[in-house]
Design a protein. Structure first.
Length: 413
């Protein structure tokens, strides 16, 4: 039976790469995947007129991408050059984060049913967040084709069929659960939130359907091979779901995303149920201000050898303010509770800041997005993290807090 499941996942991949060329899905938004041409708070990407689809013109293949890199400075100047427990913007110095390419035929732009898809390729320091178990890394999660600093990953590769009201994706795609995402242009801040770095999955292999039930209600549901899994030591089907509600009258958006299924408990060879959900409220406050509230929780049964479970949970809050057509500001406050010390510090192999860190991690970030040109975005930011609990997650296990600042640029093409 286990062999049958593995063959199913591999068969899907083979179908993708042999029968449907150049597939790509949609860039991951703060709370959901969206087409690359959608207007975003910090995105310079433009819609290609000929492929608009919804205006009655045919939907065709689009090719796009970006270059992203920057510099980060740490008040401790740690000997290891690692910014504490981070697994992204984790180097005290200059970084090449993303050389990102996309080929896409977006079925969600079409009035009629069409066959499309998408494929993304990422090279840079952020490869760590886009790898699949059994593809870029070995089935047991070790090794793989990438090394320490820069690497190559394929974060999305799927075929899609349908139209703007209902479509199905089969293959490899970004998760529906959580607020931020891997692609640089869909995030306001250079650094990722702790909830994104440590609390949930990044990608999935499987199938997911999207149905726009009404103009204000969208439902996503599918079956996937767990968290970041292509071909794991023990493959297991997980349920992935999200419901999104929009109110035009109050300019409010609500979404609830969930994934549940068996995952490695990281303490023994057993696979036990792991469940993670995200509840997100987005509220426009006038013409210039937007507020986002994100509450999330993760649990895993029988995580430890004594049979006890593990839990991690927290809150993220964002305030965005538009200063002008080309300049926006934002602040982000986070609280991350790692009740059992099982999530904080899942980072690069040579990073000395390793778990367990049992306690509460707080973070406060502020920054600007300056759209210098239609294809160039500059993102300066400052960030302060502090931890209360067992362990020192910063300055090579010597400090409970750190102050970092940095700046990056995104050039889209």
């Amino acid at each position: 039976m286990r062999l049958s499941v593995k063959l199913n996942w591999k068969t899907i991949a083979c179908l993708l790469f042999s029968a449907n060329t150049g597939v790509i899905g949609t860039a991951q938004d703060a709370s959901e995947p969206l087409p690359m041409c959608d207007a975003k708070p910090n995105s310079a990407m433009q819609c290609d007129e000929w492929s608009a689809g919804l205006s009655g013109k045919p939907v065709g293949w689009e090719f796009s991408g970006w270059l992203n890199g920057g510099v980060y400075a740490n008040n401790h100047s740690p000997a290891s050059r690692f910014n504490g427990i981070y697994n992204q913007t984790d180097y005290d110095g200059t970084m090449l984060n993303q050389v990102y390419g996309i080929a896409e035929k977006a079925v969600e732009k079409s009035d009629a049913n069409i066959l499309g898809g998408r494929m993304d390729v990422l090279y840079g320091r952020d490869f760590l967040l886009a790898q699949s178990i059994g593809l870029e890394v070995n089935p047991d999660g070790s090794g793989g084709w990438n090394k320490q600093d820069l690497g190559l990953a394929i974060p999305q590769a799927y075929a899609a069929f349908g139209n703007r009201d209902a479509y199905l994706k089969v293959g490899h795609f970004y998760t529906l659960v959580g607020y931020e995402g891997v692609p640089a242009p869909v995030n306001f801040f250079y650094s990722k939130s702790n909830s994104y770095m440590f609390a949930g999955p990044f990608t999935h292999w499987g199938a997911v359907g999207t149905w726009a039930a009404t103009d204000n209600v969208t439902i996503d549901a599918g079956l996937v091979n767990g968290w970041n899994g292509f071909d794991r030591v023990s493959d297991s089907v997980s349920f992935l779901n999200r419901v999104t509600l929009n109110s035009d009258a109050t300019r409010t958006k609500l979404s609830f995303g969930l994934i549940t299924g068996n995952e490695s408990n990281q303490q023994t060879t057993a696979f036990t149920n792991r469940t993670r959900y995200s509840a997100i409220l987005t509220q426009d406050l006038g013409e210039r201000t937007q507020y986002v509230f994100h509450q999330w929780l993760g649990t895993q049964n029988q995580f430890f050898e004594n049979g006890s479970g593990a839990a991690w949970y927290g809150l993220d809050q964002y305030v965005f303010y538009t200063l002008s057509s080309r300049l926006k500001s934002a602040a982000r406050f986070e609280w991350f509770r790692d009740q059992d010390g099982v999530r904080l510090g899942l980072n690069r192999p040579t990073n000395p800041n390793k778990p367990p860190y049992i306690g509460d991690l707080y973070s406060l970030s502020s920054g600007l997005n300056w759209q210098a040109t239609n294809s160039l975005i500059v993102r300066p930011e400052m960030r302060y993290d502090w931890f209360t609990g067992s362990g020192n997650p910063f300055n090579d296990n010597a400090s409970k807090s750190q102050f970092v600042g940095g700046l990056d640029v995104i050039w889209t093409f």
